[in-house]
Design a protein around this ligand. Structure first.
Ligand SMILES: C[S@@+](CC[C@H](N)C(=O)[O-])C[C@H]1O[C@@H](n2cnc3c(N)ncnc32)[C@H](O)[C@@H]1O
Length: 335
């Protein structure tokens, strides 16, 4: 693994390219086109798009239990389902899905053909979105997003940490970081994080030389807490509070509480960093096709203007806003 190279593993991309031109699409783009957030109105930016199509598993659970699936249960379903895809041997599954599809055609049973076709489309889409394009982890976008923070050996709190990817990328860039990851689904700590590939390289800073250094999961100081964010014992003591794909799972009446979690544990001078999936046609298609994999919970797709306005209205000043490959991103400070 050399600097400035990229290569494909069977499940994911390794990407140690750091240099790119200003214009390159996959760099975090500090759009920063809104100068004064106090002038922005909801009637001008509209409200987020709600993804309505739920997974087969959620619909089946609700039919069986005759009630709405509890939120925490919906996360447990989501995390298991999503993890199954991260660990796929994609090249093998691509060829299996093709031969299953051809076999199904020979069966002359429309239902079988439909299922085989849908499986084939899903694995192709996953290969493209995660493995080829690296849209989910997006290390180049995340590095560009995280660069330039005024912190030394930061204490980082990752809310709804799942496998913990982004906090590890941050810690590579700010050596000596102490990370606290929080997720109330124990599967995230015990499987998603525990099984995160040991040899996945995070490109960060070499403090001795000021150049680059490659870090691995074992190099970071990480405490992983299985707890509801509402019950965390901390004061305002973190330099960075981070969430990736969290606030879009809260309808408007709960957003103030979810956004306030980012302030509660932050030093007055600290940074809140939030990302949410972008509201664009390709994301709408993705969540439609991947509904059985992804849609166990309430979910919105929003624009960076909508996201920033929620954060601004709930007591933060926006330092920068823009987007990476598939997410909007905002860096904010408590007002
Ligand atoms: C959509 S995921 C974050 C996306 C993540 N990057 C991934 O790859 O899945 C949000 C995470 O937040 C967790 N979560 C949601 N509400 C929570 C709460 N109140 N307390 C703790 N964890 C919570 C869920 O269990 C889930 O793992």
């Amino acid at each position: 693994m050399e600097l400035e190279t990229t290569q494909l593993d069977k499940s994911y991309r390794i990407d140690l390219r750091e240099k790119y031109s200003e214009k390159e699409y996959n760099k975090y783009f500090k759009k920063n086109h809104i100068g004064d957030w106090s002038l922005l109105r909801w009637k001008d930016v509209g409200k987020p798009y709600e993804v309505k199509k739920m997974s087969y598993d959620r619909v089946a659970w609700e039919n069986e239990h005759n009630e709405t699936m509890p939120v925490q249960t919906s996360w447990e379903y989501f995390n298991k389902s999503f993890h199954d895809w991260f660990i796929k041997d994609v090249p093998t599954e691509l060829s299996e899905s093709k031969s299953n599809f051809i076999k199904s055609l020979a069966s002359f049973r429309p239902k079988e053909v439909k299922v085989a076709l849908s499986d084939m489309v899903k694995i192709h889409l996953w290969n493209y979105a995660h493995r080829i394009e690296d849209g989910i982890w997006d290390p180049r976008g995340k590095r560009a997003l995280f660069e330039g923070l005024d912190v030394q050996k930061p204490k980082i709190l990752f809310l709804g940490a799942a496998e913990g990817y982004e906090a590890m990328q941050l810690a590579a860039m700010y050596p000596g970081a102490e990370i606290v990851m929080v997720d109330y689904d124990s599967f995230c700590r015990d499987v998603r994080f525990a099984d995160f590939p040991e040899r996945y390289p995070f490109l960060g800073e070499n403090q001795a030389t000021g150049g680059y250094k490659i870090y691995f999961k074992e190099d970071f100081s990480i405490e992983y807490i299985v707890e509801d964010i509402r019950n965390l014992p901390y004061q305002n003591e973190f330099d960075i509070v981070l969430s990736v794909g969290l606030i879009e799972h809260f309808p408007d009446e709960l957003k103030p509480e979810a956004i306030d979690w980012h302030r509660k544990f932050l030093k007055p001078t600290g940074y809140a960093i939030l990302t949410t999936p972008r509201s664009q046609l390709r994301s709408k298609l993705y969540y439609q096709i991947m509904a059985d994999v992804m849609n166990h919970t309430y979910r919105e797709l929003m624009t960076v203007e909508q996201m920033g306005l929620y954060i601004y209205e709930n007591g933060f000043d926006i330092l920068s806003h823009g987007y990476i490959k598939v997410h909007n991103a905002v860096i904010a400070k408590p007002r």
